[in-house]
Design a protein around this ligand. Structure first.
Ligand code: FAD
Length: 519
């Protein structure tokens, strides 16, 4: 009863605030199977994200039970005389408020209850899983493993939703081989900004399909995705080696990703890497891998300009072919030019490898270091300019403190579909460089949010001044002019046309700040 009263009050507030003439009872009369909530706890959790920098409170939060619930809500927003905004929220792991909306409704896609959670079905014959758009990747993995199957392309961290990562790209060390997660989807169910629930694929509603993949939530809400699967490996050999010379490091990374067309036995399954600029980081949350009984002394490795580079590679295997794995790895490692004494190898179950960052999360949580501001910056850097980037940023702007891991790994552009909405540099190979930093208000000056945000700005300014044509991954801009620059004229025109077709009233994902609502 109290909740119903609160809900009615909130809807009245919604009307006063945005002044639309939508009948307040209509939201209650939508016949939703899920729960429309104005409980303070729901509003609070929809107001924040992993970035911890932005805050925006919605008027209500919908916990949908079905795709039809999502469609009814968006249709109500679209049909009402003055409209209201609707933002899908996956697991809220954005950095800059991308899943937030004020004066509107957040559709909480992940979490608790409802028939949507029973949607996960698996076809062993055709090797795919049909999953709810708010499903966490860890749950997709657990379910598919029951059939001895697993998705092919991953993110480093699995507590992200299918809809959230497909709205960006979804990348990790498998991307050089399988492409990003958006290249491993057969079909989607999408609620467009007009409230239509459509199935789309390469063959059916193909423009919507391509628009939504990497579409930053602008064209529709993904309620179901059909994900490509492969036979799941059982174990992983996980290897790290160090380099003091950047060009040797990148030559080896580029060589390894050039093997993507080779048979599985002649390539690694995962290629990533990271930059080590301060000794402290050798034992940070990404690199706890190096065992305390076998410490690495960065200073003893004669890092050029004080910077070391770590190549991280894995080889998956089944116990049935365990006897050939050592030889396959040996042949591959022989081609590389890392510091000979710097090889670290471990062997673990496939699921433990994929879920590796969660272990680090639990450690950080226990120390109160997870829920802190995260001024992250992710860039795609063209291969031809990566050496200048190294000189100017890793050996320049960063100084000798980083406040978090810096990932660096190359990908093959031919594994990305140019028809999707993501933009990447115009070169065959480009690098992800990810500055995954945590700000500490009580730390020293170089760890504060202001300091790290300014440093991100300096990095972007450096690229602009040097005309290094980087593209932001998980992009964040405050105005449309910057978004236009991000896309470039050709892709901006396409992005705008898609918006006009699929969300003409600019109802969806306004937290991205690309289009202002037209009401
Ligand atoms: P949210 O943050 O909730 O939403 C992101 C955007 O997508 C919003 O605009 C939202 O409106 C929209 N959206 C959400 N759900 C849907 C849907 N169903 N349909 C349409 N639009 C939707 N990314 C990588 O690619 N690789 C990584 O290895 C990686 N590691 C990460 C590790 C951590 C610890 C964190 C915090 C993030 C990482 N990310 C990585 C980034 C992550 O992929 C994005 O932040 C992603 O958006 C988060 O998914 P989410 O489910 O939390 O989405």
């Amino acid at each position: 009863m109290a909740t119903k009263l609160l809900l009615t009050l909130a809807i009245c507030r919604l009307i006063v605030t945005v002044g639309f003439t939508f009948n307040p009872n209509d939201l209650l009369l939508l016949g939703l199977n899920g729960k429309l909530s104005v409980a303070p706890a729901d509003l609070q959790s929809a107001s924040v994200d992993f970035g911890g920098v932005y805050r925006a409170e919605p008027m209500a939060v919908l916990h949908p039970a079905t795709s039809e619930d999502v469609a009814r809500l968006v249709k109500a927003a679209y049909d009402s005389a003055r409209g209201f905004t609707v933002s899908a929220r996956g697991h809220g792991h954005s950095i800059n408020g991308q899943a937030m909306t004020t004066n509107g409704v957040v559709v909480q896609m992940s979490g608790g209850g409802g028939s949507k959670n029973k949607m996960l079905t698996i076809s062993e014959k055709f090797m795919y899983a049909d999953v709810w758009g708010g499903e966490l990747w860890i749950d997709v993995l657990t379910s598919t493993l029951e059939y001895g199957l697993a998705p092919k392309s991953w993110t480093d961290y699995l507590y992200l939703t299918v809809g959230g990562t497909l709205s960006n790209a979804g990348i990790s060390g498998q991307a050089f081989n399988h492409g990003p997660q958006i290249s491993n989807v057969h079909e989607l169910d999408v609620v467009t900004g007009k409230g239509e629930l459509l199935t789309c694929s390469e063959k059916e509603n193909s423009e919507l399909f391509q628009a939504v993949l990497g579409g930053l939530g602008q064209f529709g809400i993904i309620t179901r995705a059909r994900i490509a699967l492969e036979q799941a490996p059982q174990r992983v050999r996980w290897i790290r080696v160090l380099y003091s010379n950047f060009s040797t490091f990148t030559q080896d990374q580029e060589y390894l990703i050039s093997l993507h067309g080779k048979p599985a036995s002649q390539k690694f399954d995962y290629v990533e890497g990271f930059v080590i600029v301060d000794e402290g980081l050798i034992n940070n949350w990404r690199s706890s891998f190096f065992s305390p009984s076998n410490p690495v002394k960065v200073s003893s490795l004669k890092a050029e300009g004080g910077v070391l580079y770590c190549l991280e590679i894995t080889k998956n295997y089944h116990l049935s072919n365990a006897d050939t794995i050592d030889q396959e790895i040996e042949i591959l490692l022989k081609k590389l030019n890392y510091i000979p004494a710097s090889e670290f190898t471990t062997d673990l179950p496939y699921v433990d490898f994929l879920d590796r960052v969660h272990k680090a999360e639990l450690k950080l949580r226990s120390k109160g270091l997870w829920e802190v501001p995260h001024p992250w910056l992710n860039l795609f850097v063209p291969k031809s300019r990566i050496a200048e980037f190294d000189k100017g940023v890793f050996k320049g702007i960063l100084g000798n403190k980083t406040s978090g891991p810096i990932l660096i790994y190359p990908m093959n552009k031919n594994k990305w579909d140019d028809r999707s909405s993501v933009v990447t540099p115009e070169e065959d190979v480009f690098y992800l460089v990810a500055f995954l930093r945590s700000a500490l208000e009580n730390g020293d000056e170089t760890q504060t949010l202001d300091y790290l945000s300014n440093q991100n700005y300096e990095i972007l300014k450096f690229c602009e001044d040097e005309k290094i044509n980087v593209k932001q991954y998980l992009p964040h801009y405050d105005n449309q002019r910057e978004w236009r620059d991000h896309f470039g004229e050709k892709y901006w025109t396409r992005f705008q046309q898609r918006k006009l077709e699929f969300d003409p009233r600019h109802i969806l994902a306004t937290g991205q700040k690309i289009f202002m609502p037209s009401f």
